[in-house]
Design a protein around this ligand. Structure first.
Ligand code: ZN
Ligand code: ZN
Length: 106
């Protein structure tokens, strides 16, 4: 039995708005593993897909939490910032670069 208030991650395929790569989305995480850009689709909770903004979200920095990296995205349309977990297939070189050039301080 699934609880009704539990958000079931959908597998979504999308074409990256920044680099044009075809990406097989994996549920909550919906950013491009090649360039790390994302799309503004969530309103309040990651995975809710309630936002009608649909702006492109630029990776502006990374936060290291223990052994895990999280990407800070900023929407280029409305300015909203979100924090997203990285996936193992993400471009790690870019994550490291972001951690150096990052203007974001947690
Ligand atoms: Zn991309
Ligand atoms: Zn937005």
């Amino acid at each position: 039995m699934r609880r009704k208030n539990f958000l079931v991650p959908k597998k979504e395929k999308f074409v990256c708005l920044n680099c044009g790569q075809k990406v097989a989305g994996g549920g909550y995480v919906n950013h491009c593993p090649y360039c790390l850009w994302s799309k503004h689709v969530d309103q309040e909770v990651p995975g809710d897909r309630q936002s009608d903004c649909q702006g492109t979200m630029k990776p502006i920095g990374v936060i290291k939490k223990g052994e895990r990296w999280r990407i800070v995205h900023q929407c280029q349309l409305c300015g909203k910032k979100t924090v997203t977990d990285t996936k193992k297939e993400d471009n790690f070189d870019l994550i490291i670069k972001l951690s150096i050039t990052s203007q974001f301080t947690p």
